[in-house]
Design a protein around this ligand. Structure first.
Ligand SMILES: [Zn+2]
Length: 252
């Protein structure tokens, strides 16, 4: 009987451990789904519970998603050779899908890596000017630029949002930062901060604008997370749901 009891205990423990592993894996997806659903519900419901259309007099905001760098400009390169521009694009494309799922307009500054490949004519300044033009020519734009951070030493890690001086940027930046921390990385003590003057898109766009540094290319542990498609999706869900919630607030 004891052997049987021990065996039952063994299988019970094994089952519990397997279930715990599975539920840990599902927890992140579940959290993201809850956040997204909350944003969708808020978007569809007025304060008194009735469905309210967006203001008829104002065009709907369009989220311009900027995947930083691209083409010959790979941005920061990690120790294992991963290009920042590839990670930026992977998160940006997921963000576009998620925001469209929420019924919002989007526009991408680039859709692939085949941009600015001509080494002779390439100028970073011209590239940034082109991107700013795309933003400023969009009707009622909101800009989210996706980048990765970099530092001379390996220790720094954690996502951080920078926001422009334009009205609305701080609110959006702080919302994204707080959701990134609470949903994906509770140990991250970084705060959303005003962007420094040299960030071209943050200074030369006339709309709410934030730049999301999703993590550090100089931290190998963080790079392995950033390369994981599931983590890229989780980042996009949190950023996208934050945007939908922000847009809902400014439309009501
Ligand atoms: Zn960058």
């Amino acid at each position: 009987m004891k052997v049987l009891a021990d065996r039952q205990k063994f299988f019970y423990n094994k089952t519990i451990k397997t279930a715990a592993k599975r539920s840990a894996g599902c927890a992140l997806v579940l959290l993201c789904a809850i956040l997204l659903c909350a944003a969708l519900v808020r978007m569809l419901s007025a304060h008194d519970g009735r469905v309210v259309p967006a203001s008829a007099s104002m065009p709907r905001p369009t989220l311009v998603i900027d995947a930083g760098h691209g083409g010959i400009d790979g941005g920061a390169i990690s120790a294992d050779g991963t290009k920042e521009s590839d990670l930026n694009l992977a998160v940006a494309l997921r963000l576009e899908s998620i925001v469209r799922l929420c019924g919002q307009n989007t526009h991408m500054t680039r859709l692939d890596d085949h941009r600015k490949t001509d080494m002779i004519s390439y100028s970073e300044r011209d590239d940034l000017k082109d991107r700013a033009l795309i933003v400023n020519e969009t009707a009622r734009p909101v800009l989210i630029s996706i980048h990765q951070n970099d530092y001379p030493t390996e220790q720094p890690h954690g996502a951080q949002v920078l926001y422009s001086a334009y009205a609305g940027s701080e609110k959006l930046g702080k919302l994204i930062q707080s959701n990134l921390v609470s949903m994906l990385d509770p140990g991250n003590r970084r705060l959303a901060i005003p962007s420094p003057g040299e960030l071209y898109l943050m200074v030369n766009t006339r709309c709410p604008a934030v730049l999301v540094e999703c993590g550090f290319m100089s931290n190998s542990l963080e790079v392995s997370k950033l390369k994981d498609a599931r983590y890229q999706t989780a980042l996009a869900v949190v950023i996208g749901a934050s945007y939908c919630s922000y847009v809902n607030d400014i439309q009501l």
